[in-house]
Design a protein around this ligand. Sequence first.
Ligand SMILES: Cc1ncc(COP(=O)(O)O)c(C=O)c1O
Length: 385
Amino acid sequence: MIHPEVHNTVSLEFSAMARAKSVGGEKLHSLGLGEPFWPAPGAVRQKLSEIALSEHYGYKSPFGNQILRQSIAHDVTAIADARIEAENILVTAGAKQALSVVFKTLLEDGDEAIVVDPCFVSYRPQVFLANHNAKIIPWSLTDDFSIDIEALKALITPRSKVLVVNSPNNPSGGLISAVEMQALVAIAKNHNLYLVCDEIYRDFVYHGATFVSANAYRDIYDQIITIDGFSKTYGMTGWRLGYIVASKEFLQNAVKVVQHEMTNVPEILQVAACEAFNLPDGWFEQYRSVLERNVDHYNNALEDISILKTAPIKAGMFCFPKFDLGDFTSDQVAVKLLHSQNVAVTPGVVFGKDWDSYLRVSLSSPEDEFHDAIEKFATFFRTFL
Ligand SMILES: Cc1ncc(COP(=O)(O)O)c(C=O)c1O
């Protein structure tokens, strides 16, 4: 039975409304969903087309393709300066399935998941789908979307089992600093919590900000689990490839979920995805720099609009401005924006009722399209009545 708190992703419904408009022939400026504007790397696609014709793929290991696991381990080792081996990697059908596998492996009846708020829309449903009788304890970020460690400590009870964080954060554009990460690891260690850190936007950092992986603290504390995937950096959302980085002991249990639910992630996709690790160093810079310029453009275009306040955009694919428009809800503002300017954004209420005076704006568009969309977005707030 599906838990009553598990709803459809409203952002998908809203974007269906937006799509209907564009099907009607109108030019739509989409700042809604978290889709990279770039395609999957040519080498990955080329490999897929070659092996589709020449190879046969049957059932395979539920842990994932060994070469892919080694490549991921090598990559994570480089990022986190920690010794990660192929046996620390479990390949999943997207970061979403990685999260679901983690929650299914961990959560018993009555266990509490402390979940960063605001957060990616699937965290809460996934907790309840994993265990109907689990509890969510929302943990609010501060007004500028940084971390309040004391507020976090106050939420922990003997039933707390996992602490779920996301850095860079969707939707806020926040980033966990080294000091904050160290504090989170210490809290997890002292209270015997699993620290689950979703790092899917790890390559999306701006203006010299530094991404800190929770994996860097694995020597201090073993119950660290990170989530990542190919969707964002590699523009491979449709491929559904993600992975968990965790202790070998944890993965021996977690793999049972993959084994019994899907046997293995399609091997043909995994073999093709290995090519992503042969791309030249700095390959992603061409896209990261566009996103960074989009951040600058956003800040410049909106700085004189006092009814809109945006916390510093340090990282990730989104920003999360707060509007001050009296009683208007985020849904009403988003619908008005869509109808009057053909600009689609995600209403903040999608992230919970506390975020009903926010809008999530995606940074992921080619520069010229982003400029057009932001000009209309700014006009809307300048002329809002
Ligand atoms: C924070 C976060 N985690 C996970 C995901 C899911 O990624 P995937 O496409 O790999 O399932 C998303 C997608 O938008 C996301 O924003």
